[in-house]
Design a protein around this ligand. Structure first.
Ligand SMILES: C[S@@+](CC[C@H](N)C(=O)[O-])C[C@H]1O[C@@H](n2cnc3c(N)ncnc32)[C@H](O)[C@@H]1O
Length: 230
């Protein structure tokens, strides 16, 4: 039955998707602007102008709000799936003096598999590491890791995390994120993912991975989901 939810998958990745996100975000900004902090609204609006973002305004706000809370907890921060650095920039603005580790091929999406139902193209969302590095150059303790995740963690020192943001679109990439970060999350640490309710591969990976874990999946009213490490 849950397959019905994927009708929006058809929008996957193209110009149409960005027009749709832009329209939805403008409406959401009006609503959020009525009761949320002005600085947060300015930040989300500015980032949307500066970079292509695949997150709606509500989704960006959740990234902002969860990062702000989790930056007070022990552990470092990470994002897998950076593209042009829009969500990374939002994390940077509220991370304080925390380390932020950013993982991406910086050459776009890897190959998809059957679970992804043919929505995305290989190499879609390519953006160079240099471009993202330049965009985030004013923030301290930001580390970019280029390569196919999780191979890009080879040689990385062992760390514990308080917040990780996944925005990788694909089944195998999402499963790799969960397998790598789950044992490295501190108690109370949050794994937040984009696209859970609109991309079949992302949803399948979460359902399969959490099936034998004590953590419940929290589905948000956006396309996002999250799990809090017990
Ligand atoms: C939708 S984009 C991310 C959007 C971004 N968070 C934003 O602010 O709009 C998805 C990204 O995931 C990356 N990606 C997907 N699977 C990956 C993997 N296994 N390893 C590294 N990067 C991956 C792609 O290169 C692409 O940049």
């Amino acid at each position: 039955m849950w397959m019905k939810n994927y009708r929006f998958q058809r929008l996957g990745g193209g110009r149409l998707e960005r027009i749709g996100i832009g329209f939805v975000s403008r409406v959401q900004m009006l609503e959020l602007g009525g009761h949320k902090d002005r600085d947060a609204m300015h930040l989300i609006r500015r980032v949307r102008k500066e970079r292509k973002s695949l997150l709606t305004a509500n989704e960006s706000f959740l990234v902002y709000s969860i990062t702000r809370a989790q930056a007070k907890q022990p552990g470092v921060l990470a994002e897998v799936g950076v593209f042009e650095g829009a969500s990374a920039r939002i994390i940077c603005e509220v991370k304080g003096d925390k380390e932020l580790h950013l993982f991406d091929t910086f050459e776009g999406l890897p190959k998809s598999v059957a679970q992804d139902r043919g929505v995305h193209r290989e190499n879609q969302y390519a953006c160079s590491l240099d471009s993202v590095q330049e965009y985030l150059k004013d923030y301290d303790d930001v580390f970019l890791h280029k390569g196919l995740f999780p191979n890009s963690t080879d040689g990385l020192k062992e760390m514990k995390y308080s917040f990780v943001h996944f925005d990788v679109d694909l089944y195998e990439s999402t499963l790799s994120c969960l397998e790598y970060f789950y044992p490295r999350m501190n108690c109370g640490g949050i794994m937040l993912s984009h696209d859970y309710s609109i991309l079949a591969g992302v949803k399948t990976a979460f359902i399969e991975f959490l099936a034998d874990k004590p953590e419940g999946l929290i589905e948000l009213p956006t396309t996002q989901c999250m799990a809090i490490k017990l």
